[in-house]
Design a protein around this ligand. Structure first.
Ligand code: ZN
Length: 434
C-alpha cells in the first residue's frame, strides 16, 4: 500500500534542547519522515507524558509547560474583534524566539512538508476564569464543566463571541504569516463529560456521561433559540437527567442503578427524552459551524494550506463531532489513537475500528492519517504489528506521537513495520504540491 506522508511532531523545548537539525535529522534517518510539525500552541501537560524522563533530551529530564502559550509570533492586528490575545511563554530559554520559523527554515532545507498544531486548549484557564468567566462552558446548573485532569478543566465555549473570534484569528494569523503546508488542531470541542462507572464500554454509559459536559452558557442559549430549539424545555428536561447522573436524590441513585444494570440502548433513552437528542444535535450543529468558520479563516489566508483535524477522544461524537457534517470543512483527519503505548496487542483492534469509523464518514477525497504511538509502553513488537495492521486499513499517511518520548529503537520499528507491512511512501507527492 502507498501512503503520502510520514509526519512527526516536535515541541518548542525539544528544538531548544536538542537543536532543530538534530531532531529533524533523527526523524528522517530513523523513520523516513517527510513531514514535521510544531506543536505551536500547547496545553498544560507534563512532558514526556506518563514517562518519568526524556529518553534523549541532553538538557533536562522532563518539562512542565505553561498553560496554552503560543510559541511563534502573531500579529495582534488580527485579534481586534476579541479581548482575548495570544499569550507567550515567559520561560527564559523559550521566549523571544519564533520556534515555528526555526522549524520551517530547516524543514524546507530538507524538502519536508511542514505544519503547525494548535492543541487542546487555546487560552490560559486561570486568566479566563478571573477575567472572562462568561466564556467558560457550563453545565445545566450553570457550573463550569471539566474533568479530573488539568487539561480538561475549565474549557472555553466555542459559541461565545470572544472565543469564536479568537479561534478564527488564531488560524487566520498562523496561516497568513507562516510558510506552512498544513495546520492541525485537536481543539477541545464541547466537554464530553465522563462515562458512568460501568464495566462495559457501552452506549448508555457514554451518552449519559455527556451530562457532565457542556454547554448551557448564555451564548449557547441565544444560539439554540436562533436555531429554533425550545431551550427552556431542553434545560428543564436536562436538569432531571443531570440529577440522575449525579445522584442528586436517593431516588435518582436508584434510577441510575437501573439504567446502568438494565439493557436499555442509547436509542431507547433518546426516544424517551427528545430534549436530550435535541441538546446533542445542537452541540453538533454548533461544532460543524465552528469548523466552517475555521476552514474559511484558513482558506481566506491561504487556499493552499491544508486543515487537518486531530481527534483527542475515543468517541468524538460525544464532544459534538459529526465527521460526515464537517467533511467539507477539513482536508484531512488525523486519528490520534495511540494504542501502541498501552503495550497491549489486543488494543490495536480499537485503533482499527476508530480509523474505519472516520473513513466511512469523510470518504476517500479526504486524507486519513493514522497516529502511531512511539512512547510510554509501546515496544518495538507492538509498533511493527500496528504498522502491519494499518497496512490493511487504506490510510493515506501516518503521524508519530511523539518524538520527545520515543526511543530510537521504537522509531526504527516504525520503518521495520512499514517494510513488513509493505507500506511504501509516495516519494514525490509532497514535493510536487509545493
Ligand atoms: Zn456555551
Amino acid at each position: 500500500m502507498y501512503i503520502k506522508e510520514i509526519a512527526a511532531s516536535l515541541y518548542p523545548w525539544d528544538i531548544a534542547d536538542e537543536g532543530v537539525e538534530s531532531c529533524v535529522d533523527n526523524l528522517i534517518h530513523l523513520c523516513d519522515v517527510n513531514s514535521v510539525y510544531l506543536v505551536g500552541l500547547m496545553h498544560k501537560e507534563k512532558r514526556p507524558l506518563d514517562q518519568l524522563y526524556y529518553p534523549h533530551n541532553p538538557k533536562r529530564k522532563f518539562y512542565i509547560p505553561e498553560d496554552s502559550r503560543v510559541y511563534y509570533q502573531m500579529d495582534e492586528a488580527n485579534f481586534v474583534k476579541t479581548p482575548l490575545k495570544p499569550l507567550y511563554s515567559k520561560e527564559t530559554f523559550l521566549k523571544d524566539k519564533d520556534w515555528l520559523k526555526e522549524l520551517i527554515g530547516y524543514a524546507r532545507q530538507k524538502g519536508l512538508k511542514v505544519g503547525v498544531e494548535i492543541s487542546h486548549t487555546i487560552y490560559d484557564a486561570d486568566i479566563a476564569e478571573r477575567k472572562y468567566p462568561e466564556i467558560l462552558q457550563k453545565n445545566v446548573y450553570g457550573m463550569p464543566v471539566g474533568g479530573d485532569k488539568i487539561i480538561d478543566q475549565r474549557i472555553l465555549c466555542p459559541n461565545h463571541e470572544y472565543v469564536r473570534e479568537y479561534i478564527k484569528a488564531l488560524f487566520y494569523d498562523t496561516v497568513k504569516n507562516n510558510d506552512i503546508d498544513f495546520i492541525q488542531s485537536c481543539l477541545v470541542m464541547f466537554y464530553e463529560g465522563r462515562a458512568l462507572r460501568n464495566e462495559h464500554d457501552n452506549e448508555i454509559a457514554n451518552v449519559l456521561g455527556t451530562l457532565h459536559g457542556g454547554c448551557f452558557c448564555e451564548s449557547c442559549g441565544v444560539k439554540a433559540k436562533q436555531m429554533g430549539y425550545d431551550w427552556d424545555k431542553i434545560q428543564h428536561d436536562m436538569k432531571k437527567l443531570h440529577d440522575i447522573v449525579t445522584e442528586r436524590e436517593l431516588s435518582d441513585m436508584m434510577t441510575l442503578r437501573l439504567l446502568e444494570q438494565g439493557n436499555l440502548l442509547a436509542t431507547g433513552l433518546l426516544l424517551e427524552h427528545p430534549s436530550f437528542y435535541q441538546w446533542l444535535e445542537f452541540r453538533t450543529r454548533s461544532i460543524t459551524e465552528l469548523f466552517k468558520d475555521i476552514y474559511e479563516s484558513i482558506k481566506k489566508a491561504n487556499t493552499k494550506v491544508e486543515f487537518r483535524y486531530n481527534t483527542y477522544i475515543r468517541y468524538p461524537e460525544l464532544g459534538g463531532m459529526n465527521f460526515a457534517g464537517i467533511r467539507n470543512y477539513v482536508d484531512s483527519v488525523r486519528e490520534s489513537d495511540y494504542s501502541e503505548q498501552s503495550g497491549d496487542l489486543k488494543r490495536l483492534e480499537l485503533k482499527r475500528t476508530k480509523i474505519l469509523k472516520i473513513r466511512r464518514a469523510i470518504g476517500y477525497d479526504k486524507d486519513l492519517i493514522a497516529a502511531v504511538g512511539v512512547r510510554m509502553n509501546a515496544n518495538e513488537d507492538i509498533i511493527r504489528e500496528s504498522l502491519k495492521m494499518l497496512a490493511k486499513t487504506g490510510i493515506d499517511g501516518i503521524s508519530l506521537g511523539h518524538y520527545d518520548g520515543a526511543t530510537f529503537g521504537r522509531l526504527r520499528a516504525v520503518k521495520e513495520g512499514m517494510l513488513e507491512g509493505e507500506i511504501n511512501l509516495q516519494e514525490h507527492e509532497n514535493k510536487s504540491k509545493q
